[in-house]
Design a protein around this ligand. Structure first.
Ligand SMILES: Nc1ncnc2c1ncn2[C@@H]1O[C@H](COP(=O)(O)OP(=O)(O)OP(=O)(O)O)[C@@H](O)[C@H]1O
Ligand SMILES: C=C(C)CCOP(=O)(O)O
Length: 257
């Protein structure tokens, strides 16, 4: 049983202060990981005020690339600093965390499609480690380097590792409907489209909409929840919004072959 968990950048950093870790939230989330009994766990964390700050300074996005090696050093360097902080917090709680840097692993083709070889992550899991990846820059054919988000890494790894459970720990308690209530289950994009379209912030709405769309394409149930739901998710329980699309049996309990 392999579990892929994303810790949102807004959960582990103070979003409004460049390069500031949210110590309280990082301690809380890593306590939850350390207190769980998940067998094969991959952690991916986002960029928050580390990666996004430097990516914005240098004008780099998932589609707008840079050939400036100084910019690569800034963005990747900031993400390595954050990754070290997350890994150290896990190690301090006796979680066998090992850093894995996507810039050294992945690449995009000219269409922007990501290839992320999973051999090192799979072998680390087999050897009893907890690989900790992060949003990063990756080589991009024709564009130099572009941003790869933690969400993309989660989707890619969930597929290549045949993950049974996927969790996205964000600052919101789940995918919210137009009234601000958590939608318990999304089985098709239409279930959430109206609520996602109801948000004021178009760009951020695009982020959550893209998250839901990519999670629906996985062959495993995915959960979007806040820090309060992390313990339940890691205990194998329902947390926040459950997202399962066509690749997953609607009713696992009825799945008797
Ligand atoms: N319908 C919705 N339900 C929940 N959140 C929504 C909705 N529409 C937009 N959002 C926004 O999506 C955000 C969560 O997605 P986001 O990708 O920012 O989280 P994250 O995984 O913590 O990412 P990052 O690693 O970039 O910080 C929320 O903070 C919220 O502002
Ligand atoms: C900005 C960088 C480098 C990583 C972004 O990762 P995300 O926070 O998961 O979107």
């Amino acid at each position: 049983m392999t579990t892929v968990l994303k810790l949102g950048g807004s959960v582990v950093t103070e979003k409004d202060n460049p390069e500031q870790v949210d110590e309280v939230s990082l301690a809380r989330t890593t306590d939850a990981v350390a207190g769980s009994e998940v067998e094969r766990l991959v952690v991916v964390h986002g960029g928050g005020s580390f990666g996004h700050y430097h990516a914005a300074t240098h004008g780099v996005t998932t589609t707008q690339g840079t050939h400036d090696s100084g910019a690569v050093a800034d963005v990747h360097g900031a993400m390595k600093t954050l990754n070290r902080r997350v890994v150290d917090a896990l190690l301090a709680r006796d979680v066998p965390a090992v850093p894995v840097h996507p810039l050294s692993l992945g690449a995009r083709d000219a269409e922007g499609d990501l290839t992320l070889p999973a051999g090192s992550v799979r072998t680390l899991l087999d050897e009893g480690f907890v690989p900790v990846l992060h949003g990063d820059l990756v080589a991009h054919r024709g564009k130099g380097t572009t941003v790869v988000s933690g969400d993309e890494l989660v989707t890619s790894l969930a597929g290549s590792l045949d993950a049974e459970r996927v969790g996205m720990c964000s600052t919101v308690p789940g995918v919210l409907d137009a009234e601000g209530e958590v939608i318990p289950h999304i089985g098709a994009f239409e279930d959430a489209a109206a609520a996602l379209g109801g948000s004021d912030a178009t760009d951020v709405t695009g982020g959550m909409a893209a998250k839901v769309r990519s999670l629906l394409s996985l062959g495993a149930p995915a959960f979007v929840f806040g820090p309060d739901g992390l313990g339940a998710f890691l205990a194998g329980e329902e947390a926040g919004t459950r997202i399962d699309g066509a690749g997953t049996d609607e009713d696992e309990s009825a799945d008797g072959e």
